[in-house]
Design a protein around this ligand. Sequence first.
Ligand code: NAD
Length: 377
Amino acid sequence: MKLGITVGVPKETAPGETRVAATPDSVKRLVKYGFDINIEEGAGISAGFRDEDYDAVGATIVSSKEVWATPLVTKVAPPSSAEASSIPSGTFIVSLLEPFRNGDLLEGFAKQRVDALALEAIPRTSRAQAMDVLSSQAGIAGYRAVIEAAHHYGRFFPMMMTSAGSAKATKVTVLGAGVAGLQAIATARKLGAVVEAYDVRPETREQIQSLGAKYIDIQLDESGSGQGGYARELSEESKQKLQAALDERLSKSDIIISTANVPGRKAPTLISESVVSGMRHGSVIVDMATPSGGNCPLSKADQVVEAHGVKIIGYTNYPAMMATDSSNFFARNLVSLLDLFVRPRDSGEPTFIVNLEDDIIDTSLLVHQGTLRLKNR
Ligand code: NAD
């Protein structure tokens, strides 16, 4: 049965963005729901999907102009200002929109009467888990961050005893045990490193320990737990206490993977230059918080810099370095999200409905019928 609505999937144009918002597998599922699909020519190439793969599962391959004229556009990265300004009124765009830094983009959508759903605004609830692209992509990023660290580190991760001598296990410290941090811990453990981790949210202690890592126990006078599984900013006093307790441990680490982040704020500085200068020559820091200002003041976006003999990696888009699986997960998240709009599901004639009584739609639909809906943020 047809829903009478077409989903458009443009080729991503942001520098370094290799992912795509639909895969042949997700297209097959959306077609089953009743959607028609327009894929921009070459949209999936950098993620390993050819036009003919999409064509074979029922998508229509279209030009860039045609894809942007589709009623429902799904994307990975926020549209460029040129793309955004040419979107026709009445379009519904579903994408990462970076709402904290893109107020102008959202206001522009309201004026153009373009509806916009920001994937970042999907709540972190169990019902929304299957739609949560931040989590699916952060997990991939945490994995890739450890692979990058191993690549830039001149030693083994596991303890090795060979006839040519032995090597000690590498000591990895993970700062921030959210989605990326937990996956980094799991990956470093699988590679055989000795891992310890710290997070300001005390509830992460068990999660860290269940992955076989040591929890760094620092007692603060306040909890860093904020809303929805995210952290909140600490007081100046707690920041100083935390820093003093972390400095010595960090200096003794061979590898630091730092993921500490508070939504909408500059990332906290946790790895000072004096800590870096105290680390052993050849150590590696992966500063995953570089996109939000960095946990280390020496990290530089999309560069590997060397300071005091320590390599500091500041890549800003790890998921794009694993575009096939990142796109697979991203696209599956979108299938689950779009499923919310197809009602009734099991009986009658399903149609595409924007139901604002659904808390996931209500929270993430930031622009609707010309109105900015930031009330829940
Ligand atoms: P998240 O919010 O789930 O995790 C961040 C964690 O940091 C939280 O558990 C929070 O409690 C903790 N934290 C906050 N302040 C802290 C502090 N002072 N000390 C210790 N821990 C602290 O976010 P996530 O999805 O896991 O992403 C983690 C980071 O990685 C974010 O900065 C995100 O932007 C970044 N990220 C980067 C890439 C990339 O390609 N560079 C990709 C995905 C995510």
